[in-house]
Design a protein around this ligand. Structure first.
Ligand code: HPA
Ligand code: ZN
Length: 346
């Protein structure tokens, strides 16, 4: 197959990929702990004398069998992130990694559950450490971070209320959003109206994971009960044309993470992923990596796969960036600063 690619084509592809790598990107859906490089977690485990060898395969990558197992391995990795300093170092490592992918604006899910168990006083300390790292990364790598506090569905509604208290207590220029992640098969969106109402009252932007492991009904329920402006994943809306129309009409933005869906077995390849169909149907879509080392992906890799699979050209990537900018949970000054960075796209 490769032999049939001419020298000129090879050059054209290399040029396209280099342009995609250099393109300034916005990422709206990244879990801070899920972005931890395996080496980082291994080093923490060694320092804390914790045996985490079971969560890695023989090449040193994270190893999991399916979605439930992924969540279990994810939570096991988090057990060696125990201090504000750990989260400072993690944030810096993750932002350096993102900046190397051309990301200029990152909205990252922060989980008070893993930062002091949801205690508001402890959370303030962890957040201060994360924010200090963000300030350093802005200076050193030119990347802007905003935090989206996330509760974890399978930890239950009671704990989600506590996470909403953390969000209320720290809402401001840095903590700008609130969301829900975790196992979509557990509980129901109606169980989480209180934390979402509290976060909305605190002025936070809202997003909810849905339509990843759940089908269209899960997306509908998240929209009805939680009233988010964005949905994390949401891709299984494609199974219901009326829901697709509803998302398009209401302008609900999907944080689509194709590589994550493929690694977890939802779709066999980028070329079979519904992102392009959703986009063509008028649904505002954005592109993110979710938990990049878990899914062996990066922002540049996602862009290249989308260009290869759907023939996306510069205009579509520009549209994706504009959609993300419009949907970002940030203040007007930040939005205008990021818009200027997009204008410098090579
Ligand atoms: N889905 C649900 N929960 C998660 C994910 C995801 O993709 N990543 C980290 N927590
Ligand atoms: Zn996610």
């Amino acid at each position: 197959m490769n032999q049939r690619i001419s020298e000129t084509d090879r050059e054209r592809i290399a040029q396209r990929d280099a342009a995609l790598a250099a393109r300034p990107k916005l990422e709206l859906h990244l879990h801070l702990e899920g972005a931890a490089p395996p080496d980082f977690i291994r080093a923490q485990a060694k320092r804390k004398k914790t045996d985490l060898s079971r969560i890695f395969d023989d090449r040193g990558a994270y190893a999991y069998r399916d979605f439930t197992d992924f969540l279990r391995i994810y939570e096991a990795a988090c057990t060696v992130l125990t201090t504000p300093q750990d989260f400072h170092d993690l944030t810096l490592a993750v932002l350096e990694q993102s900046a190397a992918q051309g990301v200029v604006y990152s909205e990252t899910f922060l989980s008070p559950d893993f930062c002091g168990g949801g205690d508001v006083i402890a959370w303030r300390d962890y957040l201060a450490a994360i924010e200090a790292a963000a300030t350093q990364a802005q200076r050193d790598f030119g990347i802007t971070l905003r935090g989206c506090i996330t509760c974890i569905r399978h930890f239950g509604p009671q704990q989600a209320r506590q996470i909403a208290r953390c969000a209320q207590a720290t809402a401001g220029p840095f903590v700008t959003g609130f969301g829900i992640a975790g196992d979509e098969g557990q509980f129901h969106p109606s169980d989480f109206t209180y934390p979402f109402d509290a976060a909305r009252e605190a002025g936070l932007g809202l997003t909810a994971h849905a339509g990843e492991w759940g089908g269209p009904d899960s997306v509908r329920a998240a929209l009805d009960y939680l009233r988010p402006s964005r949905i994390g994943h949401g891709v299984r809306a494609i199974e219901d044309p009326r829901l697709v129309d509803k998302l398009a009409e209401a302008g609900v933005v999907l944080e689509v993470c194709p590589g994550s869906n493929i690694a977890l077995g939802l779709y066999p390849a980028h070329s079979r992923h519904p992102i392009d169909k959703l986009r063509r149907a008028g649904v505002p879509v954005t592109v993110s990596t979710d938990d990049p080392p878990f899914f062996h992906t990066t922002m540049t890799r996602e862009y290249i796969q989308l260009a290869q699979s759907f023939g996306w050209e510069e205009d579509i990537f520009a549209q994706i960036a504009q959609t993300a900018l419009d949907a970002a949970f940030c203040d007007a000054q930040t939005r205008s600063d990021i818009a200027k960075k997009l204008e410098t796209t090579p």
